[in-house]
Design a protein around this ligand. Structure first.
Ligand SMILES: *Cc1c(COP(=O)(O)O)cnc(C)c1O
Length: 426
């Protein structure tokens, strides 16, 4: 895979060297994705490097939510469930998403949150794999992935046991008692990528099922759940898919499990015939049984419109650009900001589309950056995260962000006490 060779931009100094400036502008000019930036509403003067936490607003999503609210909800009222196709959205958005995941159009549904979908998939997988007792997770993975495994242990009163192991031990700890393995394809802090194909094969060989969390991968890098032979997967709609704050999440289940899998949350929307109001639950066919309650149509509509931005876009180009932006940022920061320590893989192929650096005062530094118009975020203890959403971040933004970061560090402006006050959301 071709990823930017940073040597091609000349000097890495942030002194406005004309050769570097020209090289950066040439990269933006040659970017095959450059027209997509115009799809987004982006505040002037802001460099947004947090699309891995909350994707920017696609103009289409704003238009769509307005139409759904005023016309469909306002005028059609309850008739819109059918007349505007609301009732079909969970499945139709799932089909739209499927090619990005390497899934069949009948293998994906949009429903609930990623956290809730993790619970559903862990239970469904363990139910298929009766007789085995361990749910294996990676220590330090995203909290919900670990908490949900703990929760399943609790609700099964210990019949299923949760075991969290170090990242490097995951493969060897999958054994004859492992019912389910839960892993993130791209780690939320380090952006390190797991070998989906290798670990899925390892699980299969040991008779375990695997649930992949694609939250930081979907819409950022190439994913092929089908080729890997994955069993289940979940992921967020509001990160690189730009579905809006709290957008509904997705669930994938491989076709071979459709006939036997059971949701632990048998809500009426996953029933074979919801409007029969039957006295007992009969699951809908296939992936539809992973729906639970009434879908949140405003959020669904925003996600549906947002995914249209990705239609026809080569995910390989997205991956390549995201990693190139990251490569450029790493080179500029390491050259100019020696106090920051890289906490992501240096090799582009081992990363998703964000980059993490460590600094003991990372929290204050991030707030000083945000005040200067460069938005990234902060995670646990000392990690600064910078997301390079390939659809709207430019090489020019990377250069400017590195310049501001260098400025904040050398001026020491982050030392002001107000940057240390903890906010509720970071
Ligand atoms: C962001 C993220 C989530 C978020 O789950 P929600 O239920 O949407 O809050 C879950 N898993 C991973 C790996 C994430 O990065």
């Amino acid at each position: 895979m071709w990823v930017l060779d940073v040597a091609s931009i000349g000097t890495l100094a942030l002194d406005g060297n004309p050769e570097t400036e020209r090289a950066i502008d040439a990269l933006d000019e040659a970017d095959p994705l450059k027209r997509l930036r115009g799809e987004f509403e982006l505040p002037a003067g802001l460099i947004y490097l947090d699309g891995n936490s909350l994707g920017a607003l696609p103009k289409r999503a704003a238009d769509r939510v307005h139409r759904v609210t005023v016309q469909e909800w306002g005028q059609e009222l309850i008739r819109a469930w059918v007349s505007a196709g609301w009732v079909d959205l969970p499945r139709s958005i799932g089909s739209k998403l499927a090619p990005l995941l390497g899934a069949g159009s009948d293998e994906v549904i949009v429903a609930d949150s990623t956290s809730v979908n993790l619970f559903k998939c862990i239970c469904a997988a363990a139910d298929i794999n009766k007789g085995r007792t361990t749910i294996l997770t990676e220590r330090g993975d995203f909290p919900s992935d670990v908490y949900m495994a703990e929760g399943v242990e609790r609700v099964t009163q210990g019949r299923l046991r949760h075991r969290a192991v170090e990242r490097e031990d995951v493969a060897t700890c999958i054994d004859g008692d492992t019912a389910v393995v839960v892993l993130s394809h791209v780690h939320y802090r380090s952006a390190r990528v797991h070998d989906m194909k290798g670990l899925t094969a390892r699980a299969r060989d040991a008779g375990a099922l695997i649930v992949w969390d694609l939250s930081h991968a979907a819409g950022a890098i190439r994913i092929d759940l089908g080729a890997a032979g994955a069993d289940f997967a979940v992921g967020c709609g509001y990160k690189y898919l730009n579905g809006g704050p709290g957008a509904p999440a997705f669930v994938f289940a491989a076709r071979r499990h459709h006939a036997t899998m059971r949701s632990p949350l048998p809500g009426w929307f996953g029933h074979m015939a919801p409007f029969s109001f039957a006295d007992s639950y009969r699951p809908a066919d296939g992936i539809a049984r992973f729906a639970c309650g009434t879908p949140a149509i405003l959020g669904m509509s925003a996600l549906d419109a947002s995914l249209d931005v990705l239609q026809g876009v080569d995910i390989g180009e997205i991956e390549r650009k995201g990693r190139s932006l990251g490569q450029l940022f790493i080179a500029l920061v390491e050259h100019n900001c020696p106090d920051l320590v890289l906490a992501s893989p240096r090799e582009a192929e081992q990363r998703g589309c964000h980059v993490a650096f460590r600094h003991a005062d990372g929290y204050a530094i991030m707030w000083a950056l945000i005040e200067r118009g460069v938005i990234g975020d902060f995670r646990d203890a000392d990690v600064l995260r910078f997301g390079f959403a390939p659809l709207y971040v430019r090489y020019r933004d990377v250069l400017e962000a590195a310049r501001v970061l260098h400025d904040v560090l050398t001026s020491g402006s982050w030392r002001e006490p107000r940057y240390r006050e903890r906010a509720a959301v970071t």
